[in-house]
Design a protein around this ligand. Structure first.
Ligand code: GAR
Length: 216
């Protein structure tokens, strides 16, 4: 069975979704850069090792990244899962975990990398918004797309309503992507393209819920 390590900075609802999905892998550890991250409590409650590597204790990004990598490598993970990990990781870190570092971002990348994605989608007048799971490359919120989920944007949406609609899809898309990886069906090819065996790719990798699913 494959080992995964999950990195997070806060709430940890994507961690909860992975726990609920009963993935065929071992969550060897949950690591946070914030000691008060709720996700750490969730990990402990499930008997999963929870560790903190605080960025405040390190003089530079490189030193923080090195301490984080040392903590991760203790668990020898097959996959490192960024689940709301809100620190930018340096190029050396990203290269160290090339092909086994995954992220979820709350937009349909390449639209809206960075913060406040839901507000920006509303301001831009988007009719469609969503989330993206991707392999991580050195560019922020960028890299080969594994799965996306698209949701409608309603004329009267608040930022919160739209965020909740996207989050519900994150909780489906991210466990699916991790499941594919730990089942050995998903990989990043040397050509930088995503390989997915045994699914009608790319159809399986696009989730489109019923337009009014959250309004019934
Ligand atoms: C999620 O919406 C995730 O997509 C986002 O942080 C939230 C974490 O929620 N990630 C990013 O913005 C990464 N750039 P969670 O802690 O409840 O899983």
């Amino acid at each position: 069975m494959k080992n995964i390590v999950i990195l997070l900075s806060g709430r940890g609802s994507n961690l909860e979704a992975m726990l609920a999905a009963k993935l065929p892998c071992r969550i060897a550890a949950v690591i946070s850069n914030k000691a008060d991250a709720k996700g750490l409590e969730t990990a402990r409650a499930h008997g999963i090792q929870a560790a903190v590597v605080a960025h405040a204790g390190h003089a530079s990004r490189d030193l923080f990244d090195a301490a984080l990598a040392a903590e991760i490598d203790r668990h020898q993970p097959d996959l490192v899962v960024l689940a709301g990990f809100m620190r930018i990781l340096g190029e050396a870190f990203v290269r160290r975990y090339a092909g086994r570092l995954m992220n979820i971002h709350p937009s349909l990348l390449p639209a809206f990398p960075g913060l406040h994605t839901h507000r920006r989608a509303l301001e831009a007048g988007c009719r469609v918004h969503g989330c993206t799971v991707h392999f991580v490359t050195p560019a922020l919120d960028n890299g080969p797309v594994i799965i996306q989920a698209a949701v409608p944007v309603h004329a009267d949406d608040s930022e919160e309503a739209l965020a909740a609609r996207v989050l519900a899809q994150e909780h489906i898309a991210y466990p699916q992507a991790v499941r594919w990886f730990v089942e050995g069906r998903l990989s990043l090819g040397a050509d930088g393209r995503v390989r997915l065996a045994g699914e009608r790719h790319p159809a399986a990798a696009l989730l489109v819920p019923e337009p009014d699913a959250d309004r019934k």
